[in-house]
Design a protein around this ligand. Structure first.
Ligand SMILES: [Zn+2]
Length: 76
């Protein structure tokens, strides 16, 4: 589970967030949520994607890692 790319990416983002200065943290609050991405592969090499942010456009609550299933703890 320590090799989970999603968990590593989330931890990296949280580390960067922790390094923001105090004023920036007061002005901009961050929250991590998840979205559903539809990847579309069509004929003739056409590709696209639709992102469903759901939950009033704010993303779905991130309670468990979508890759390894580990419970997400700590401040998001
Ligand atoms: Zn994970």
């Amino acid at each position: 589970m320590d090799d989970c790319r999603f968990c590593k990416s989330l931890e990296f983002k949280k580390e960067l967030d922790a390094r923001r200065d105090k004023l920036e943290k007061q002005l901009f609050k961050k929250k991590y949520t998840v979205a559903i991405v539809d990847r579309i592969l069509g004929p003739y090499g056409r590709r696209g994607r639709i992102t469903d942010y759901g939950f009033r456009g704010c993303g779905y609550p991130l309670k468990y890692c979508p890759m390894c299933g580990k419970k997400i703890t700590g401040r998001l």
